[in-house]
Design a protein around this ligand. Structure first.
Ligand code: ZN
Length: 331
């Protein structure tokens, strides 16, 4: 595995760097989301690039009222200031419609009436746990009259890319994923399509995000190719997981960031990302240190990393910040 990033102080893409952070408004920011926000911010800022913010509020049933405001406030408190206006996927429907139209006209998209339940009985499963779609409706829907999702035809050509942290990654979409949904039965556009359309519309050149999205990336590159859009550079970070190996998140009870102690969380996130900030920095100067010293090549190339928030301790009484330790540096 070789990383892209040997060459000097340049961005992982060519030309002016433009990165982004794209949270879903399903709850307040927690440690895991701070890791992604911070790394994407630092990688963009390192070379004087821009860092944009996009709220992925496409899945309106899962959106939590007030979550967007809480996210913006938390980013601000941690000194992660974004460029330009905040984008909202809920206002981008026309862009997704146009992309779907283009794919449909090219004969690449088709309606599918298979239910999740019907597909769940299949024994072959993709790496993300979902069933590999066997192409039941490729030549016409099976159950006319039922609501239909729209799927994208894939091919069995292996699709490979070089991830700046995880190294080379390849996937055969037909064998490992199957034709995938780009518009859901309920009419909402799927994440895979929306993210590709928005990254291109915002001129994103580098995508730094959690490793849980590594195996979505070939689908996104495939879509970029079909839609004639540029492919950004990718870097997938280790995902913060709890003792049981579950991704930190609202569902697993991850605590919201403490907005009164941004320095502590930034310190912990930098250590999680393999950077080595001096403990004596504490408080606010930590972000200034990080902007100068950030190195993507120090991020450990592992998909998941255990982290226990209880280990991010308080400053000691003598004013020196005690160790903010990772519970376990192993896989
Ligand atoms: Zn089907």
């Amino acid at each position: 595995m070789r990383r892209l990033l040997d060459a000097g102080p340049q961005s992982i893409g060519n030309g002016p760097a433009r990165g982004r952070f794209a949270p879903s408004p399903t709850g307040p920011l927690h440690f895991g989301s701070l890791v992604a926000a911070l790394a994407s911010f630092l990688e963009a800022r390192r070379c004087g690039g821009e860092w944009l913010l996009r709220i992925e509020d496409l899945d309106t049933p899962r959106s939590v009222p007030g979550a967007t405001d809480a996210i913006l406030r938390a980013l601000d408190r941690h000194g992660l200031h974004w460029d330009g206006p905040v984008w909202y996927q809920s206002q981008r429907r026309e862009g997704y419609e146009a992309a779907l139209e283009r794919l449909s006209r090219a004969g690449l998209a088709y309606p599918c009436t298979c239910t999740r339940r019907e597909l769940a009985t299949l024994s072959i499963h993709a790496s993300d746990g979902g069933p590999i779609y066997p192409g039941h409706c490729r030549d016409g829907i099976r159950q006319p009259g039922r609501p239909a999702a729209i799927r994208l035809r894939v091919t069995d050509t292996p699709l490979a890319f070089q991830d700046a942290v995880q190294g080379s990654y390849a996937q055969d979409l037909e064998r490992e994923v199957g034709d995938f949904v780009i518009r859901r039965t309920d009419g909402l556009f799927a994440y895979q399509l929306a993210v590709v359309v928005d990254d291109a519309a915002q001129g994103i050149t580098q995508i730094v995000r959690g490793g849980d999205l590594l195996d979505s990336t070939p689908r996104q590159i495939y879509l970029q190719t079909l839609l004639g859009l540029p492919t950004p550079a990718y870097a997938h970070l280790p995902v913060a997981v709890d003792r049981r190996g579950h991704k930190l998140g609202k569902q697993t009870g991850a605590a919201p960031l403490d907005l009164d102690k941004p320095g502590l969380a930034l310190m912990a996130a930098l250590r999680f990302l393999g950077q080595n900030p001096p403990f004596e920095l504490g408080g606010a100067p930590i972000l200034a240190w990080a902007c100068t010293h950030w190195r993507l090549e120090r991020v450990p190339p592992i998909p998941a990393r255990r982290w226990d928030p209880r280990r991010a301790r308080e400053p000691a009484p003598d004013g020196l910040t005690q160790a903010i330790e990772l519970l376990d540096l192993e896989r």
